[in-house]
Ligand binder design. Structure first.
Ligand SMILES: Nc1ncnc2c1ncn2[C@@H]1O[C@H](COP(=O)(O)OP(=O)(O)OP(=O)(O)O)[C@@H](O)[C@H]1O
Length: 234
């Protein structure tokens, strides 16, 4: 579904992605992990088109997309749920979800909203409240729910567990696993590398702008080098 070939990106003269190649196949959950500043967020932003690239190629279902503006990539089915719970605070939970479906004209919007509510029941309870009054974890759920309302084919998730309690982290990860059952392909950037690799089909470890390791999630979790350097386990 997604093929990234030798991708390069820079902030001014500082190259942050130094030739990254990776694949995401339809129906997979792929985790992208690595230390702070490795370039994970920059990679996701390059895929969604808000960060310019300086080299390489991005293909989506065989089509070159790296020169398309962000909204065209959204139309093709690539949606990013950004880091930092960027919900519309002065709007209700329900209106935030409706905004996620703004491009759609079909009659299944209500059905999809109910699926988001089934996935995150707390959002159903608070559907008429303002998003700005939700807790951090609830805002994160809303941001994911809003992204899902656009019926993405490929969902790019940036740090969905950032700042959440362990219980909420589990809830978000369970939701990601349920997305895979619904046929949504997910590229997941996570600081919480062990948890992400545990649910992922495959993973990539990014180190200073390059892929340092890749493989099945379980294989990376068991790899002594990956464990010592990235998972904090000896
Ligand atoms: N807008 C920017 N201008 C200049 N440098 C930036 C900018 N955004 C990120 N960088 C730098 O690019 C490098 C990669 O950042 P990026 O956010 O992609 O890493 P990351 O792996 O997502 O890390 P983190 O988990 O800390 O967000 C870092 O050295 C960072 O300081």
């Amino acid at each position: 579904m997604l093929e990234v070939r030798d991708l390069r990106s820079a902030y001014g003269r500082i190259e942050v992605l130094k030739g990254v190649s990776l694949d995401v196949k339809a129906g997979e959950v792929v985790a992208l992990v690595g230390s702070n500043g490795a370039g994970k967020t920059t990679l996701l932003r390059s895929l969604s088109g808000v960060q310019p690239i300086t080299g390489g190629e991005i293909l989506f279902n065989g089509q070159r997309i790296d020169r398309l503006p962000p909204h065209r990539r959204v139309e093709l089915g690539i949606t990013q749920s950004p880091e930092g719970r960027q919900v519309f605070g002065p709007l209700t939970v329900e209106d935030n979800l409706r905004l996620g479906a703004y491009r759609r004209r079909d009659k299944e919007i209500g059905q999809d909203r109910d699926r988001v509510f089934a996935m995150f029941p707390v959002l159903a309870e608070k559907r008429h409240l303002l998003a700005g009054g939700l807790s951090g974890g609830q805002q994160q759920m809303l941001a994911i729910g809003r992204a899902l309302m656009g019926r993405p084919k490929l969902l790019l998730l940036d740090e969905p567990s950032l700042g959440l309690s362990p219980l909420l982290v589990d809830q978000i990860l369970d939701a990601i696993v349920s997305l895979r059952r619904d046929g949504i392909t997910v590229l997941l950037v996570e600081q919480n590398a062990s948890a992400a690799l545990a649910i992922a089909d495959r993973g990539y470890v990014l180190e200073t702008g390059k892929v340092a390791f890749s493989g099945a999630g379980s294989a990376l979790l068991a790899d002594p080098q990956v464990k010592a350097a990235y998972l904090g386990i000896d």
